[in-house]
Design a protein around this ligand. Sequence first.
Ligand code: NCD
Length: 308
Amino acid sequence: MTANPLFGRDVISMTDFDRDDVKAVFKMTERCKKEGKSSALNQKIIASCFFEPSTRTRFSFEAAAFRLGAEVLGFGNEQMLSVKKGESLHDTVRMLDQYADLMVIRHPLEGSARLAAEVAEIPVINAGDGANQHPTQALTDVFTIQECQGRLDGLAIALVGDLKYGRTIHSLVELCALFDIRLYLVSPEALTLTDAFCDRLKKRSVRFSFHQTIEEVISSVDILYLTRIQRERFLKCSFISDPEELVLRPELLKKARSHLKILHPLPRLAELPREIDETPFACYFDQARNGLFVRQALLTMILNETVT
Ligand code: NCD
């Protein structure tokens, strides 16, 4: 039996993962997908703390916990908490630390999940901290990419949309950098990947280039990963109009490789028209479903030293 590299760990940023960790999570994900429900988390309590709106991430984490036999306590709306009375995140986390075996947290502040992990004795999973990171989404994305393309090394992936404020993008580029993946970064200039991320990609010898339209890249890639513009994260004074060149018009797909797959973390706006759903390129609903199995795998591995 090989050691479980996830046992007892926090999952805060994709930079905390190496290739072996990722392989181990994917192996367990495949197993969870095949085996369905289990009693791996009997008697465990998961705190599900969502200080920001969520559909897929919250429900898939909670469904994953239920499928493993755990109990879930938590909230999807901070209006219900003593935070409303002025309680700090620090104190809220200290309380949940007493009541649960693992905490899943989504919060609008960058660094909030890291802070929670420092305060809490129990493992903490970051379900999105502001525009910073969303590691469980990136694991879901890359698991889906491997599943639909049969490999990761040697692929070309276009990341499209809001590369500046999109936390799924930030985690995904870090995860792609562990593999031999060529990146096409497609965004308006004002929403391009920040220098800090680009520098890290360069240091790790990742090949990448900048583009402003889907049309420029569609015939060169195996995966088109679309994202919405994160308007809620802009400063009030900044103005960026909806970029038409980042809308995947169905006719653009005529130029696509036959095995191209389209991913999107969802929710989608105008960038991904519903006509695309019926094409063989659409993979985003499978991706959303895989989120359940990836989260089941993470919960199982973090809370069980020996997973046989
Ligand atoms: C994303 C998020 O919350 O960052 N959604 C998700 O978790 N699947 C993407 C988004 O909100 O655009």
